[in-house]
Design a protein around this ligand. Structure first.
Ligand SMILES: Cc1cc2nc3c(=O)[nH]c(=O)nc-3n(C[C@H](O)[C@H](O)[C@H](O)COP(=O)(O)OP(=O)(O)OC[C@H]3O[C@@H](n4cnc5c(N)ncnc54)[C@H](O)[C@@H]3O)c2cc1C
Length: 829
């Protein structure tokens, strides 16, 4: 074996790996590592956790020292030594000793550039003020920790909280936010994107966003820092470009990294389109004697076209190993990077692998997406919660293109299984047949990964057509939106405009529906709506789709207001619910109820059951892992006359204390501030219908909700001018001819005079600029009024759904009574 001299620039993840692997392969080589910092082979990934006090022993982050590397591997490590120039022709590097300023040159036979990336420094006014930090190495960590501890002491003596601002909500920003909170600081995070964790798709980042807001992090999304200034009191002020100002004792910039390529560029090495060093599959640069690895190189993406920068520790280490093998004469290849990554955000975990939906769209790659919410392990075994899982795959072959998960327990396991599948080119069919480790504390007999396979292959086989939360409301125009959950779930929350047809009743209710009208189904997570889908398509419905991920995914997109828990949360967010209660003062028992592992509506149903067993004044302390509970609990408690005393984060979810109300539901409702007006429009007289719509529009203008139930002759107001042709029974045809066929043809209740009355009144209305019935109807619909056609009358009078104007929901007396129950005013016209 020839004696070679291997010189490595950079001595942390990539550099230390090249050195160690090269030594194992070549005992005779001279190996020199130059590191400009004071430490080598330290755990960058652990830095935030030492600041947060989670890793209390600083020395645990120092995996190796120059001495240990010399002793164990005979490697010459020179710290505080910066390589300032590279002469690729002469095969020399120029090194500056940072302590003495001395410069010298060193020759090499093989050179490995492992210089990593530098944190982006924002070119903003005041960005160099003391107290503004970046986090890349041990030195940065020590500075941030010292700055934080000084701020904690100072704030403590002033009797106020310490305030920290983190710029950037990527993985490091989120880790810093958690660790600063852990030390007791108030934390604001500023992020230019409209979501946290930009490497993930928004639908997967949203549950994490909700979770970290719930842990007291003040998020400013879709905005950026514009300037920094110092305050007279010695603090910092961060100005955002949306006009907000944030006071801070310290600021951490984690706005991304830039590959460190200046040596390579100056030496004439090829630089790629993304600004990284170009390497081949042997990690060799455009110069035959120079290799490179880590954050500074571009490598092919496993799924997407082109080469990419992927600043992650795993790829850095594996690339370095390949570089060392090739330096030592082996023929080893590094084929691609898929960007598998994971982050802890308080109790939550999120990560992804392969391409995101955003990237697939950007590159014009055709894909399908499925969303699931399985629990991390069997629901009946304590300590689990729903995970939010998204799998992207190719439409024909089913090859997996990407996967992302946010959740609590078992996220890492599923992510790694999916990452392995992507690496091996597996398809969603393979997911169906994977045999994974299972016992109740670890998973389910049908693992979430298997479940993803089942749903995705259903899509591929055409057994299931999906619609997506992002499609709402545009793509649902004209469709019948059907919520197949229970009435209890529907009452707590539903998609605006959706009608409730519980799955059990679907077969009977759908018989009157127009099979040509598109139906968009949903339930809580997608299973019941899948069953509903199967029922409808087999009954001839032409255009049916079910909501991917169900209302759980939908609510993250459209509905869930962040729940903060800074100061008395229940009073801030649930004031209205608490206003409504007339509960007895706590005289009774306190009962603990464990609803962890149950998905919506499980917790509410179990809570309702338990409440029935208690006496007024008794309290239930309920533990829930379902994130939607923070929103559902106040609504449910308010509607039942119970008192939500407190709700706080606990583990993956919440712990809430609810006191059973003493008043009868009816009494309670009478006292409640109900903001809905309901109408029974019984009359088919134009003047009465006109009056109904004038009042309805008035109520809408005053911010009230409006629900109008059209029954008997009133139903004629909803008939359309040009109904599609259809088979009718003779009696139906006769009714159809005898009754007014549209609102313009409605008669007057008085002075109809064989139709002259309505013509006269319309003339007078025009003169006084009074809107017509159709115009008022349209205005009411545009403002969100629910127009409900009575199904019983329709049957009776032979009116089909296709005879009615667009946007009319169908319902029976139970629908009306449900609406009336929610109303402060109910009018019979
Ligand atoms: C706070 C933090 C948390 C992270 N967490 C994770 C995580 O959880 N998971 C994950 O996968 N990745 C994580 N990363 C990213 C991961 O640390 C990097 O991807 C990895 O360290 C890259 O390895 P590298 O060798 O390319 O660069 P580095 O490990 O940064 O090493 C480059 C070294 O080169 C030195 N250098 C540069 N120029 C010269 C020169 N001219 N002369 C001499 N020396 C030079 C630098 O001083 C530096 O020490 C984290 C990074 C940070 C900062």
């Amino acid at each position: 074996m020839s004696l070679v001299k291997i010189v490595i620039v950079g001595g942390v993840a990539g550099g230390a790996s090249v050195a160690a692997r090269a030594r194992r392969l070549d005992e005779t080589a001279e190996i020199i590592v130059f590191e400009r910092g004071g430490y080598v082979s330290f755990a960058n990934c652990g830095l935030p956790y030492h600041i947060g006090g989670v890793i209390s022993d600083r020395s645990r982050l120092l995996l190796q020292t120059p001495e240990s590397l010399r002793e164990s591997l005979n490697i010459d490590v020179r710290v505080a030594s910066e390589v300032v120039a590279l002469d690729a022709t002469a095969r020399t590097v120029t090194v500056r000793e940072l302590d003495s300023g001395r410069e010298y040159t060193e020759t090499y036979d093989a050179l490995a550039l492992c210089q990593g990336a530098d944190p982006l420094q924002l070119p903003l006014p005041g960005a160099d003020l003391p107290g503004i930090h970046v986090l890349r190495n041990i030195h940065d960590m020590d500075e941030i920790k010292a700055s934080l501890e000084a701020a904690l002491d100072a704030a403590d003596s002033l009797g106020r909280p310490t305030r920290a601002v983190v710029i950037g909500a990527g993985y490091i920003g989120v880790e810093m936010a958690e660790n600063l909170r852990h030390r007791g600081a108030e934390v604001a995070v500023v992020e230019l994107a409209d979501q946290i964790l930009p490497p993930l798709d928004k639908d997967v980042s949203l549950p994490v966003e909700q979770h970290i807001r719930g842990r007291g992090v003040d998020l400013h999304l879709g905005t950026a820092a514009a300037a920094f200034a110092s305050t007279p009191a010695g603090g910092l002020r961060v100005e955002l470009n949306n006009g907000t100002t944030l006071d801070a004792d310290l600021v951490v910039l984690s706005a991304g990294v830039r590959p460190n390529v200046s040596l390579a560029r100056d030496a004439g090495l090829e630089i790629g389109p993304r600004g990284g060093i170009v390497v081949d599959t042997h990690m060799r640069t455009s110069d035959a004697a120079i290799w490179a690895a880590g954050d500074a190189v571009e490598t092919p993406h496993t799924v997407l076209p082109g080469s990419w920068l992927t600043p992650l520790a795993g790829p850095a280490n594996r690339e370095a190993r390949v570089a060392a093998e090739n330096i030592c004469g082996r023929d080893t290849e590094y084929l691609s990077t898929q960007g598998t990554s994971i982050v802890k955000a308080f109790e939550m975990v999120a990560g992804g692998t392969g391409a995101t939906e955003r990237q697939l769209t950007q590159f014009g790659v055709d894909y399908r997406a499925v969303h699931l919410h399985p629990s991390g392990h069997a629901g009946y075994y304590p300590g689990t919660a729903a995970m939010h899982m998204k799998v992207l795959f190719a439409p024909v072959t089913g090859i997996i293109l990407g996967a992302q998960i946010a959740g609590f327990d078992g996220v890492d396991k599923r992510l790694d299984v999916l990452a392995t599948c992507i690496r091996l080119g597996a398809s969603v069919h393979d997911l169906e047949s994977l045999e994974l480790a299972y016992a109740p504390p670890f998973g389910s007999a049908k693992d979430p990964v298997n479940m993803a396979g089942f749903v995705a292959t259903n899509v591929l086989k055409g057994d299931l057509v999906l619609w997506y939360a992002q499609d709402f409301p545009q793509a649902l125009e004209g469709a019948r939106i059907v919520d197949v959950r229970t009435p209890e779930e529907y009452a707590i929350w539903h998609i605006p405009g959706a009608e409730n047809v519980p799955l059990d009743t679907l077969r009977t209710q759908c018989t009157t529906w127009d099979t040509s009208r598109p139906v968009r189904l949903y339930c809580a997570v997608g299973f019941r709506s899948y069953l509903a889908y199967r029922i409808l398509v087999q009954r001839g419905f032409e255009d049916v789709a079910t909501l991917s991920g169900g209302s759980t995914t939908f609510r993250f997109w459209h509905d869930l207001e962040p729940v903060g828990f800074e100061s008395k949360p229940a009073e801030i967010h649930y004031a209205e619910a608490i206003d409504l209660v007339t509960a007895a003062r706590g005289t009774g028992e306190v009962v603990e109820l464990d609803c962890t592992g149950l998905a919506c509506p499980g917790p509410i149903m179990k809570l309702a059951q338990k409440m029935d067993e208690l006496a007024p004044g008794d309290d239930i302390v309920v533990h829930v892992s379902d994130p939607g509970f923070a929103h559902d609990a106040p609504a449910w408690a308010g509607s039942k006359g119970h008192e939500l005393l407190a709700i706080e984060p606990e583990g993956p979810g919440y712990v809430a204390t609810i006191r059973k109300g003493g008043a009868q539901t009816g009494t309670f409702r009478a006292a409640a501030k109900l903001d809905q007006v309901s109408f029974v429009v019984f009359s088919g007289d134009m003047d009465k219908v006109l009056a109904a719509f004038i009042i309805a529009n008035g109520a809408l203008a005053m911010g009230q909700k409006v629900s109008m139930f059209f029954t008997f002759w009133g139903l004629n107001a909803l008939r359309r001018d040009d109904p599609p042709k259809r088979e009718r029974k003779t009696l139906d045809r006769m009714f159809g001819i005898m009754m007014p066929s549209r609102p313009e043809k409605l008669p007057l209740s008085q002075m109809n005079m064989l139709g002259m009355g309505p013509a006269m009144i319309k003339h007078v209305m025009r003169q006084h600029s009074v809107q017509t019935v159709p115009e008022l109807m349209q205005a009411a619909q545009d403002s969100g009024a629910r127009l409900i056609g009575c199904t019983m009358t329709m049957d009776l009078l032979g009116i089909a759904e296709s005879d009615l104007i667009d946007g009319v929901e169908l319902g029976g007396v139970a629908t009306f009574l449900g609406e009336a129950e929610k109303s402060g005013t109910t009018l019979f016209i």
